[in-house]
Design a binder for this molecule. Structure first.
Ligand SMILES: [Zn+2]
Length: 353
């Protein structure tokens, strides 16, 4: 049973909005249960002055923070992202009475659902698939990486080169400084429950052999990918029982988490032996086929939606897939080949719809 509850103190208008949304969710089979131990969804009312978090007890709990403003801000990411993070939310919904709702996602997506016919249904249509998606962000570290790979190889060198080039093309926004805005206790919460080692945007990976691939770590500067186990991880498998990514690391390092998109890359490498490298950037290209829903990073649903688009491409080994309201995932034979192919073709602004 999918349960949901309210948290926080809504303003009177925000309360009306939440009541309308509650009915729309109930029509979708959600059960309102104020005392639920591990709810699927929490609607957390905050104010700009006090973006208080709801503390999840379970990783599967999706927190949508809601806040009332008198108008939509002009630069939603700049002016609102802080509240999304401070309230430890998966998504932020800004309600502007008689205008509608603006969504802001962790992936920097932002889009409106405007007031009018079927408003609450449309908001629920945007929200429910996010809340129902399943994160695959647990990491299992096994200290069994072969000694000859402890310093990396020619493939990790190609990751270093590609990262430098992305930086030169100005496609690596600075990692969002969550350490600076979250107290240590909240940081631990974020690491444990979202699986992120920091917010940085984009990732890259290279196939090592039939079953394994190298991938960038979570929250690190992609312009300087060198240290194995810290900045670059060896992904060797996905464990469906533990719902975890399995990583081979050198025995002497304190490993960092792999990028949350590892499950997506794992699916693509397993299905397409010809894919040798994958790059993900928050940018766009004209005319690319795109996923029809913006599932969150690190979820099975996003991985499957991207894998489906790769499958449909005329040449899956060189596919370019748009991730709605988010960015691009680009397949290739090697990172050098991908970088050569996309040079000069990337548009920095991702369309938001
Ligand atoms: Zn992304």
């Amino acid at each position: 049973m999918r349960e949901f509850l309210f948290h926080g103190e809504p303003t009177p208008k925000l309360k009306e909005f939440l009541e309308g949304l509650k009915e729309a969710l109930q029509r979708r089979g959600y059960l309102f249960h104020p005392e639920a131990e591990a709810p699927q969804l929490v609607l957390n009312a905050i104010t700009p002055e006090s973006p208080r978090p709801y503390r999840r007890r379970a990783q599967a709990t999706f927190v949508a923070s809601t806040m009332e403003l008198s108008r939509f801000p002009e630069n939603p990411v700049q002016s609102l992202y802080l509240y999304l993070v401070r309230a430890l939310s998966n998504v932020l919904m800004v309600y502007v009475p008689s205008e509608g709702v603006k969504f802001l996602t962790l992936e920097l997506g932002h889009y409106n659902e405007l007031a009018g016919d079927g408003f609450f249904e449309r908001v629920a249509d945007r929200l429910a698939p996010l809340a129902d998606s399943r994160l695959v962000i647990n990491n299992v570290f096994e200290p069994d990486l072969e000694p000859e790979l402890w310093q990396g190889d020619e493939k990790t060198e190609s990751m270093y080169r590609a990262g430098k080039k992305l930086k030169a093309w100005d496609l690596l926004p600075a990692p969002f400084p969550i350490e600076e805005i979250l107290p240590p206790e909240d940081l631990r919460h974020v690491r444990r429950l979202y699986g992120i080692g920091g917010l940085s945007y984009g990732n890259l990976s290279v196939r090592k052999d039939e079953r394994r691939f190298w991938m960038s770590a979570s929250g690190v500067d992609k312009a300087n990918l060198r240290e194995i186990g810290r900045e670059i991880l060896m992904v060797k498998d996905y464990d469906p029982i533990k719902n975890a990514i399995v990583l081979s690391v050198p025995p002497h390092v304190e490993p960092r988490r792999v990028s949350v998109d590892a499950i997506e890359h794992w699916m693509i490498y397993r299905e397409h032996p010809g894919v040798g490298a994958i790059l993900h950037v928050h940018a766009w290209m004209e005319g690319v086929p795109a996923t029809s829903f913006n599932y969150p990073c690190g979820t099975c649903e996003l991985a499957q939606a991207v894998a489906e688009k790769v499958r449909e491409a005329p040449d899956p080994t060189r596919a370019v897939v748009g991730l709605k309201n988010h960015g691009l995932t680009i397949m290739g034979h090697s990172l050098d080949e991908i970088m050569e192919r996309i040079e000069g073709r990337l548009i920095r602004t991702v369309p938001m719809i």
